[in-house]
Each structure stands twice: as C-alpha cells, then as structure tokens.
Ligand binder design. Structure first.
Ligand code: 1CP
Length: 345
C-alpha cells in the first residue's frame, strides 16, 4: 500500500488523512533539547548525520506522523556556495551581499562537495524510517534565501532585500538565478540520497506584490520545479502569507501547495483553480487552547480538507512554537488519524 503521505501528495485517496508538522523536530521536544545540549548547538547537529537523523526520527517515534522532514536549515546549503553562516538562534551572515560584485562571490553548489553531511543524513533516514513514512527533503526558495543573504539576519519586513530588487535589478535577477540553480541541484541530490518528496519553503514571499512575484520569483521557482519533475517525486511549494499571489501560483509544476493559517483552505482551492493538493493549515497558536477547542479546530480543518478538489495533507499553517506542549501534538495527530477521509453524511 502506498504511504498515505505519498498517495495524498499525488492526488490519490489515502487510507487516512496524512499529517506532519512544520518544525516537528525542534525545541518543544525535551528529547530534542537533550540531543542539542550534548551536541553543543544547532549547527553541530546539522553537520553530524547521526544526530541530524536522530532528531528527525524523534517526532516520528513519539507521535507517528506520516512524513519526516530532514533536520537541516534553509540556509545550510549556502555554506557550500561560499557563504559564512552562524545561528543565533536564526541565521546570521556577518558579511552579507550588498552589491552586484558580492553576487559574483556566490559559487555554484556541488552538493557532494559542499553539503556531504546532508546527503549522508538522507541515506541514514532512508534506511531507518518505516516504509510508510517518507522523508521530505527541502530547500529555501530563491527570494527567501535572498532576504537573509542581503539583510544578514531575520527582520520583519526585509526592507534592504526588497530595496535591492529595485536598485540592483540585474544583480537581483542574477542572484535569484544562481540560487535557483543551486537549490535545484541540492534538492535533486537529496532525492538521489533517499528523500521521497521535496519541498520549497518561501517563508517571505508574502512581502512581494503580484507583479514582482510574476517577474522575479515565479520563474526561479518554476526553474527548480522543472529540473526536479523528471525525478518523479512529489513536489511541494509553500508560499507563506501568499494568498494575494495564488492566482500567479496557478500553472506552476508543483503537486502540493502549502497554505498558511490566514487563508481558509476552500478559498485557497478556489483561487488556485483546484489544481493542487493543499497542505495545512491549523493556526499553530490553537495548540495552546484547551484540548476540546483544539479538537474542534482540527475537525474544522479536516472538514475543509474533505471539500478540496485534489486532496489534503494536514499540517499547521506555519512552524510549531517552541513553547507548545507535546501532549497537544499527540492529541492532534491522533484526531487526524481517526478522522474519516471522505465525508460520510
Ligand atoms: O536553536 C535551535 O535549536 C535552532 C532553531 C532552528 C531549527 C530547529 C533553526 C534556526 N532552524 C531549525 C530547523 C529547520 N529550519 C528545519 C528542519 C526541522 C523541522 O522542520 O522539523 C526547517 C524545515 C527549517 C526551515 C527554515 N529555517 C525556514 C523556512 C520555514 C519557516 O519556518 O518559515 C526559515 C525561514 C528558517 C530560518 C531560521 N532558522 C532558524 C530560525 C530561528 C529561523 C528564523 C529566523 C528569522 O527569520 O527570524
């Protein structure tokens, strides 16, 4: 029987609605905090395949999610392109890209040379994960990576990054192009090392207006998807806070579109022309509600999921907060697994 996550991602009817949670490996889990303390830090964990594989497996063991996500960061492969990176706790680049000359500093990525530890982590996980729990490989989308590369760290509105698109248009295009090329090779390498689905995180794309998305980011995303299509693994794209871009997402060669919690799944399905399986979109803050309210909210997302034209993969509408009670996650996963796949009445 096909793994429920893969069946749903391909638009087939799964045996139950698959569920996984963005940032499911992380600081809300005591066993993660323990591994992290013994490893010395986040970056050390990502660079040590046995530890990265261990924390990837932790939420699967505890909760029985239907997919595992590689433990790494969207910024990790940029080290293989010549960028010096540290984490505090988010990514920090002390020497950010600020000019057309800086863009030329970015080397092409050779995944075997630049990030061998990520590929080794995928190989370990391909061996250790149960057959019905596929590994999701991932990369950051070109615009989201550009945001951190230009700004040097996370901000709320990435003003310098957006200004770069306006003041240095040719250099910005060149940067997006180099990133698209690197991430296409990076994702392909993860699939060859055992990832059975590939996801592109576009966390900051919501900062773009539709014409800028259409002109700059959409072609970069499509370039990555077109490169990956022949591999035959499901492709997921998450345009966070991107409801205003949905009409531009139509036609992309992805199988699954992630939807943040601000947009009802039915509205996203409508705007996306029913072309994609949708993934999402419970508000992560609902995990702080009393258990009964959590279950009501989960049921409402499940109901919306049953109305979608191509299908549904249950997830949160963005990453889980580190203060979340793990018992609430257990309740949520159990509820999704017990729910009927199609409405019976
Ligand atoms: O201190 C710690 O333990 C590190 C915290 C942490 C973790 C657990 C960071 C720093 N990254 C990660 C892992 C991670 N990051 C994963 C794999 C684990 C999983 O999902 O279970 C993934 C898929 C990511 C992706 C990621 N990193 C995104 C895209 C998804 C999203 O949340 O929008 C982004 C934007 C980042 C940047 C980043 N890395 C870390 C932090 C704290 C941040 C956000 C920084 C900011 O903008 O302020």
């Amino acid at each position: 029987m096909t793994a429920p996550f893969l069946a749903a991602a391909r638009g087939e009817t799964p045996s139950h609605t698959p569920v996984w949670i963005m940032r499911q490996a992380g600081r809300y889990l005591p066993e993660y905090r323990e591994t992290r303390a013994s490893a010395g830090g986040f970056q050390e964990m990502t660079r040590t395949p046995e530890l990265a594989a261990e924390v990837t497996l932790q939420p699967i063991r505890r909760f029985g999610m239907d997919a595992a996500i590689l433990f790494s960061d969207i910024m990790t492969p940029l080290e293989g392109m010549g960028i010096d990176l540290r984490f505090d706790p988010g990514p920090v680049i002390d020497n950010p890209i600020r000019s057309a000359d800086d863009v030329k500093r970015l080397r092409a990525l050779d995944p075997d040379e630049g990030v061998p530890f990520v590929l080794e982590t995928c190989r370990i996980l391909a061996r250790e994960l149960p057959e019905n729990v596929p590994l999701i490989g991932f990369a950051g989308a070109p615009f989201t990576l550009l945001c951190y590369l230009i700004e040097g760290h996370g901000t709320k509105s990435f003003v310098q990054a957006r200004a770069f698109l306006r003041s240095e248009l040719d250099a910005a295009r060149e940067l997006l192009d180099r990133l698209a090329h690197g991430m296409a090779l990076y994702l392909e390498a993860q699939a060859r090392a055992g990832a059975r689905a590939l996801m592109i995180f576009d966390s900051w794309v919501g900062l773009l207006d539709a014409p800028t998305f259409r002109a700059l980011e959409r072609p970069a995303i499509e370039r990555i998807l077109t490169h990956l299509r022949p591999l035959g693994v499901p492709l997921l794209y998450f345009p966070n806070q991107g409801a205003h871009l949905h009409h531009e997402v139509v036609g992309l060669h992805a199988d699954v579109i992630g939807v943040d919690w601000r947009t009802p799944l039915e509205a996203a399905d409508e705007a996306l022309g029913g072309q994609f399986v949708l993934q999402g979109n419970l508000d992560p803050s609902i995990l702080f509600a009393p258990p009964e309210s959590l279950l009501v909210a989960a049921d409402s997302v499940l109901d919306a999921g049953r109305s979608l034209r191509r299908g549904h993969i249950f997830n949160l509408g963005h990453g889980i907060d580190k203060r979340t009670d793990p018992d609430q996650v257990a309740r949520l996963v159990e509820r999704v697994h017990a729910a009927p796949v199609r409405a019976t009445g």
